[in-house]
Design a binder for this molecule. Structure first.
Ligand code: UDP
Ligand code: MG
Length: 317
């Protein structure tokens, strides 16, 4: 019989004292079931990553580690944000598991699809995305801003899976590849599709947070969205360039129109030259900015130092 895989569940936690006990109860029940049914190895575990919480989160994790099965912990020295905390967790488990699932501590994402994720994994998928079926539990505001954001990302040419947050299963080799991306502005949802490999989606309904409050206020969300777009696309810079070209085009029209006015009806002295130079200089500045931006965009791509490819198989003789 094929060996059952060691599963690591990675849970970033920031000030989650209100939800940890319940979350651990639910997750360990699930692990227990999966282990007795032989789907995963008894060595499977849950890694709680404490993202520099100032409340009792780490104490609770330590307590869970000592007194309950499956619980492991990683304490970060300070708050580094959800994406970095998740990355720290994945980095810690990459050599200690066969597959890793990342999920938020509030269990808003339905853990009952984990068996389905594992099934896809067994069928040969390296990455299984958890995708929300609908957004009924979200406020109207969050729903629309999210939609605008996904559209914008697509427009900017960044690959991303619609309605997928950071709930996903990754094989250990996919995690190892992800860890080769060394950039600091982490936007994991954009990076994971760059890995390649065979992928699949499982669909679920998202619940409300069962306790505690969201750690993603609007400002953080906005910053995250800006990070997402600017980390994956130099298109905004290119837009400056094209805007400059439009300005120059307008300048040509304005020139013709101004000269016509100048010769036909005696305009106020100075008006014509001002009109023409205004548009021409504006256009020239924008085009120059676009050109400089194009180089900066290149530097940006270089300093991110992303892996150029991911070798899946090499056949030699
Ligand atoms: N989180 C974190 N560091 C932070 C903010 C959030 O590790 O600085 C964790 C948090 O504990 C939770 C996950 O990221 O497990 C998602 O946060 P939350 O549920 O508050 O976001 P929302 O679901 O409201 O978007
Ligand atoms: Mg949440």
């Amino acid at each position: 019989m094929e060996k059952s895989p060691v599963l690591a569940i990675v849970v970033p936690c920031y000030k989650e004292e209100a939800v940890l006990h319940e979350a651990h109860k639910r997750l360990s029940q699930l692990l227990n079931r999966l282990i007795t049914e032989g789907h995963i190895s008894p060595k499977s575990y849950i890694l709680y990553v404490n993202d520099g919480s100032t409340d009792r989160t780490w104490d609770i994790i330590k307590d869970l580690h000592q007194n309950t099965p499956y619980a492991c912990g990683l304490n970060l020295a300070g708050n580094v944000g959800h994406q970095n905390a998740l990355m720290a967790g994945l980095n810690a488990v990459k050599e200690r598991c066969d597959a890793a699932i990342s999920i938020d501590a509030d269990l808003q994402d339905d853990i009952n699809v984990i068996p389905e994720m594992l099934e896809r994994y067994r069928e040969g998928c390296d990455i299984v995305y958890g995708v929300r079926r609908e957004r009924k539990t979200d406020t109207f505001f969050k729903r629309t801003t999210a939609l605008v954001f996904y559209r914008l990302m697509k427009l900017m040419g960044a690959k991303s899976v619609y309605n997928h947050a950071d709930y996903r299963l990754m094989s250990s080799r996919a995690v190892r590849q992800l860890c080769r991306f060394r950039e600091r502005n982490l936007y994991l949802r954009g990076l994971v599709p760059l890995i390649g490999y065979q992928t699949a989606c499982v669909y679920y309904n998202r619940d409300k947070r069962f306790a505690g409050e969201s750690k993603y206020p609007f400002k953080k969300m906005l910053n995250f969205a800006i990070d997402g777009i600017t980390s994956f696309s130099v298109k905004p810079v290119r837009m400056i360039f094209w805007l400059g070209c439009i300005f120059i085009l307008v300048a040509v029209c304005v020139t013709i129109w101004t000269l016509r006015a100048y010769f036909l009806h005696n305009t106020v002295p100075g008006w014509s030259s001002l009109m023409i130079s205004l548009w021409l200089v504006g256009g020239a500045i924008l085009v120059s900015l676009g050109i400089v931006g194009e180089y900066i965009g290149k530097i940006y791509i270089e300093v991110k130092d992303r892996p150029r490819y991911n070798e899946e198989e090499l056949l030699l003789r």
